[in-house]
Design a protein around this ligand. Sequence first.
Ligand SMILES: Nc1ncnc2c1ncn2[C@@H]1O[C@H](COP(=O)(O)OP(=O)(O)O)[C@@H](O)[C@H]1O
Ligand SMILES: [Mg+2]
Length: 231
Amino acid sequence: MLRLEGLNTHYGASHILQGVDLVVPQGRICAVLGRNGVGKTTTVRSIMGLVPPSSGRVLLNGQDIAGLQPHLVARAGVSYVPEGRLIFPDLSVIENIRVAERKPAKSWPIERLLELFPSLRERAGNRGSQLSGGEQQMLAIARALVSDPKVVLLDEPSQGLAPLVVRELAAVIRRLCQEGVTILLIEQNMKLAEAVAHELYIMVKGRIVYAATPEVFRKEEAEIRTRYLAV
Ligand SMILES: Nc1ncnc2c1ncn2[C@@H]1O[C@H](COP(=O)(O)OP(=O)(O)O)[C@@H](O)[C@H]1O
Ligand SMILES: [Mg+2]
């Protein structure tokens, strides 16, 4: 389980995260929604240690990993799929996965990843730059899995993808959850978040201001949208 407690993060003098509390139970999918610039990416970067939080705790199965170096956070079992995917354009699909492989994967060896993502199997020898946006996203997820994570952080995976590809992405996210991976999903695409998440959170100005199951959220959606999400 991943639990954030009173997390504060600054960029220089800017106080971005202002006491974030968030729980992602073991084996569940939790989604964080919010307008641009509220601190969603800063939240996942803080968890990964890419920007060290100034105070608060990041508990992974009870162990506080706040402020650890990114490679130690990864070793503790947290994987990160960044916004924009950051695929190496000149490396092949297989090479893009291998760069993230610290030791031979136990849960997600390459053969199993190619089963999970048949389109990557077909493109195995292609370079990153030759893939479609959807294929690049699947590759970024495959790369995150090869280190056998307990928790995967997905930052706006649906960005720039066609609706049909977003549906494939939803199926992949659900499948990972069935395989026991705990998922924190950052999204602007409310439909995707609603479709896959067990719990939805809304962030405003560096704080979580709302939490609900998708069922409850749907009933309150019109009001919540206007209050917290409309631009
Ligand atoms: N590296 C940085 N240095 C300074 N300010 C930053 C940096 N990254 C993000 N910010 C600021 O922090 C705030 C939150 O950004 P971010 O977490 O990326 O928001 P979101 O992902 O919700 O769109 C924004 O005001 C943004 O301008
Ligand atoms: Mg962001």
